[in-house]
Write a protein that binds this ligand. Structure first.
Ligand SMILES: C[S@@+](CC[C@H](N)C(=O)[O-])C[C@H]1O[C@@H](n2cnc3c(N)ncnc32)[C@H](O)[C@@H]1O
Length: 403
């Protein structure tokens, strides 16, 4: 494969922004795509895939390049050189690339890969925590499966089209999809393409949403008579799905603490042709005013993301143990506080995209044993393992408020 210098510079910029300027990988990639309008789809996919792959295996590349977590220009070029060597057959002799002794590097890699923290590239603290949380045997399987590339999964917006029609329209553009068992509105795209460029996306015929995340709206068990709150709605992935299940009827209140996320939600709702969602900032005033008002409350809490590492490999490098503890505190506070919004006989669904019990069933146990949870009982629970399902790791708990 011939690697053009502008692609290598693009890859360098993505890594520099992610490693030194603390951008998420997807943001760095988005930025470089905006700057490089002339790149074709192969160029774009080279830069995106190389960036993700390097971030996924950063600890291994870091060690082999002797970078020691200092990402100077020279070290980034060393890492790029190693990635090219291990992943593609290329004879590029770009002067910035590092010339190393292949035999020594192969030997060093073989030795390092005997240890999981290098083989799977994970910080020690996550490895230790994961063993405490789910045991070494299970962790080994989960982390290895989460280092695979994530599938591209769509959710058909049934307000605008049918699954059959969307499959046909995409097929006509050489985009082949397959259905996913037990996910009525999901389609897996077989070959990676820039799906956002299709007219069907622009017209709101589908959203990108992982197969596990598509379980949540159905789990909430809604009908048009319910007063529904999506309390941590963010940019609305799940709220849009609920709206579409309700056939655009009823009323969903979508709240978050960040206005910019709700703005994005409104933009997506417009594209989807949805008009049964009202957005609001959630604060103490909202909670006081809406005590026991909602029949359905979805709490899709902020979490470590240790079920979606496949999609966001950055999360391995951006968090530390202190952050993790802060996340745990935040989750139980949100659960305690927002449970006040549930009406008698109402249902609250707690969701995380983590596979760690301390963010999941242990939070629910804490809640049920404290004063806020005393009137609730758990009626259903789902744990989705990335290794077993092939999709994102999720936890869902359905709690009913007794009268
Ligand atoms: C896991 S994300 C939600 C994703 C979203 N439900 C979706 O499906 O696209 C968690 C969200 O909680 C929001 N958040 C953080 N603290 C919060 C709080 N105290 N109350 C409400 N939302 C909060 C974050 O801004 C973030 O958007």
């Amino acid at each position: 494969m011939k690697l053009h210098y502008n692609l290598l510079h693009g890859l360098f910029d993505c890594l520099n922004n992610t490693l030194n300027n603390k951008y998420y990988a997807h943001k760095s990639i988005e930025l470089i795509f905006k700057k490089s309008k002339k790149w074709g789809s192969r160029d774009r996919s080279f830069v995106a895939e190389a960036t993700y792959d390097i971030i996924r295996y950063l600890r291994l590349y870091d060690k082999l390049s002797n970078s020691n977590y200092s990402y100077t220009k020279k070290n980034i070029w060393k890492i790029i050189s190693l990635w090219i060597y291990f992943n593609i057959d290329s004879k590029t002799n770009f002067e910035k690339l590092w010339v190393f002794n292949k035999e020594e590097i192969n030997k060093a890699k073989n030795i390092l890969e005997k240890k999981r923290v290098y083989r799977e590239s994970i910080p020690d603290w996550i490895d230790e925590l994961a063993i405490e949380e789910i045991g070494e045997k299970k962790w080994e399987k989960e982390i290895s499966s989460m280092n695979n590339k994530a599938d591209l999964v769509l959710r058909v917006n049934t307000l605008k089209t049918t699954k059959k029609n969307l499959i046909k329209k995409l097929y006509n553009q050489n985009i082949h999809c397959e259905e996913i068992p037990d996910r009525p509105n999901a389609l897996k795209v077989i070959k990676r393409v820039n799906i956002f460029k299709t007219i069907e996306f622009k017209l709101g015929f589908f959203e990108l949403q992982d197969a596990s995340s598509q379980l949540v709206a159905e789990f909430l068990d809604v009908n048009t008579k319910h007063k529904i709150l999506d309390a941590c709605a963010g940019a609305g992935g799940k709220a849009l799905h609920i709206a579409s299940l309700l056939n655009n009827k009823g009323n969903i209140i979508a709240t978050d603490i960040h206005e910019f996320k709700l703005k994005e939600l409104k933009k997506r709702a417009r594209r989807n042709g949805i008009h049964n969602i009202t957005t609001k900032i959630i604060d103490n005033k909202f909670i006081k005013k809406n005590k026991e008002k909602f029949d359905r409350v979805l709490i899709d809490v902020p979490c470590s993301g240790f079920g979606v590492i496949r999609r966001n490999p950055d999360s391995k490098w951006k968090l530390n143990r202190k952050d993790f503890n802060r996340i745990l505190n935040n989750q139980i506070n949100i659960l305690n506080n927002y449970s006040k919004l549930v009406s008698d006989n109402g249902i609250m669904v707690y969701v995380t995209c983590s596979i760690f019990p301390s963010e999941n069933e242990k939070q629910i146990a804490l809640f049920l044993n404290n004063e806020f949870g005393k009137n609730f009982k758990i009626i259903e629970e789902k744990k989705i393992s990335p290794h077993d399902s092939g999709y994102d790791g999720f936890y869902l708990a359905k709690l009913k408020k007794k009268c």
